[in-house]
Design a protein around this ligand. Sequence first.
Ligand SMILES: Cc1ncc(COP(=O)(O)O)c(C=O)c1O
Length: 206
Amino acid sequence: MVVFQSGFAANAGTVAAVLTKDDVVISDELNHASIIDGARLSRAAIKVFPHKDVDAARKILTDLPAGQRKLLITDGVFSMDGDLGALPELCALAEEFGCIMMVDDAHASGVFGSNGRGTIDHFGMHGRVDIQVGTLSKAIGALGGYVAGSTDADRVPVSPRAPVLCSRRRIRRRSRPRASRRSTSSSRSRRSSSGCGTTRASSRRA
Ligand SMILES: Cc1ncc(COP(=O)(O)O)c(C=O)c1O
């Protein structure tokens, strides 16, 4: 779990941190502006499919090179019209085409699923979504945003550019006793390869 200053920063920061200019994002036309900003920041190619049109998303994916890294992204609940995202169909598509699957659950966290876990829980998509974003500023009634995601660094590599406020892993490292904090060469190289050392191995799949 990684915490950001807002849901907007969580979406924009995560998309920009996961994608590079060589990648492609496949995005529902009604996805939130923060996703669009993140995609633009990343300089990845942006392919937009009509709202909830899974067949159109499939057509886009079919036309892309198999080896290109792809992020398939949908809102869990769309802020524009209140629709639920087509999670089961899009997760199946992501698995078929080897996409990183991301869900923006800003309007679902605290509302849908058991104990407000969001649309991934609502649809029973556990283990099939790589990245789940939520906000603390809607149902939770505070301020901030969070990202929960896969521990699979090969599938979801993260650049050190993410505008992260804090992460579970960083908090844990700082709270270790001084004597055990001495770096080994392997922990030093792990830190330098993961940049801010936050999101690569932070939590279970959403
Ligand atoms: C779908 C969606 N995602 C993300 C956000 C951004 O959340 P925040 O208001 O916490 O920045 C919003 C805000 O309205 C939203 O509707």
